[in-house]
Ligand binder design. Sequence first.
Ligand code: ADP
Length: 530
Amino acid sequence: MPKQKAASGKKGTRHVSLIVRWVSIVAMTIMVSFLVFSAVVYNTVKQEALSQQKYMSNEVVNVLRKRLIGIDDELEITNVVQQLSPNTRRILTGGPALSENDNSNSSVFGDSVLSTVTNPDMTVAIYNLRNEIVFHNGDSAPKPVKFTSESKSVTKEGKDGQSSLYIYRKVRNRKSHKLTGYIVVKNQMTGYNRLISRTLKAMLWLSILGISLAIVISYLVVRSVVRPINKMSKVAREVNADPNSTARIPELHRNDELEELALSFNMMLDRMQKYIEQQKQFVSDVSHELRTPVAVIEGHLSMLKRWGKDDPQVLEESIDASISEAERMKHLIQEMLDLTRAEQISVHYPNAIAKPMEVLTRVVGDIGMVHPDFKISLEVEDLDPDTKIQIYQGHLEQILIILIDNGIKYSTDRKEIAVAAGQSGQEMQIVVQDYGEGISDEDKKKIFNRFYRVDKARTREKGGNGLGLSIAQKLVESYHGNIDVESVLGQGSQFRITFPVLTDEEAKELESREEQKQAGTESPKQDPTI
Ligand code: ADP
């Protein structure tokens, strides 16, 4: 018992871990997808915004360069300032954008140029070849660096985490291409920095929100799946501990696969318990049935031992009685074996085919010879001689023998049995009619049960064990047929069996399957029941 407890405890923990495992897998997947998605979006936004900033900064550089390339000598304060229009000079040195003194001639740069230069993010510095500053706006002029190509752009991150863009450009005289100085533009990129920090923040919050939502939703979903599984395993443990337990999974009201599983599970438990019950009943019935013949044989043997040995008449009687009881036992054991085997037909004879006309003619003829005092008639006008049904012919014989034999056993004065067969549509019927003692409505429900006999003592006299109809029913149903009875007490009984008729295609298919099976097996299977 403690072992079982430990096992169940272990199972319980595993269920918890199932939730944790599923939730973490879902959360991790969503997190990774989110991170990848965020990284892609963030980088795209960043690249796009940065290239926009570069474009703007280059515009400023170009505006200045266009003015400075006209200077022949090295850039100096005097020639540089002279080249810049009053407006640009004023703006670059921090003055207002428009002045009352402005006239159209002095406005060398267009409005668009002015607007780029007036961008408060831009700091401009102009250096000569000795790296001496000749012009700058703003408080601190961006420092020059050494660079080999014509221009260079660098993004630097400040201590405050804000990025700035530096553009370095060589200035050459328009005609002589002589190097005259350098332009340095620093763009503080306030808008860009703001955009990047807002994007980052938004993504962070979105990720936190997304992951939390994913965890909550996946937890709820997984829990709703795991809960019924837990219920099932609880019921399974209860039934495992006590096979007679009536514990079942309660209705799940889910209308999904789990509901179906729970229903199948409950059905399986019902069936299993029914089988266990039947098995118990069978064992008790069998022991009960065997007890009588064993007791009879034992009685005769002890009688012989005490005083029968010397009395030839007693000796003779006792030996005869014992032999007859032993035969009864043998018959009973054979019937019990038949009953058990009748349940496994689909395994042994999946492709069997029989022609009912042939089987009926043979069986009725044979029984008629054994019972010459009986009139056993056969009427098969409505049956096509080529009609085929899916059944092993030995089993059809066995069913017919059981029914005709019962008709004979339970007959009264009228020693007559009428067997008829016919076909309607895709079904064929065989009717075995007797004119014997009949069966009451109450007994009709029970006669197919194992070991059920209407009158135990009388049936025993007739050699019946109450197994014939159970075997017949099992056989018929195994071949997808049906058996029922109509009877009037004192007048006779009519047993009717129906089987589905095989179409030509079905028959051919079964025959070819059987041929393949025969080719695959070395020796054909022997019929175990006949
Ligand atoms: P048994 O081997 O005892 O005949 P069956 O299972 O064949 O067992 O039949 C069960 C019981 O049903 C019989 O004991 C008998 O009482 C009743 N029964 C079966 N067939 C007939 C019949 N044709 N007429 C009257 N009673 C029948």
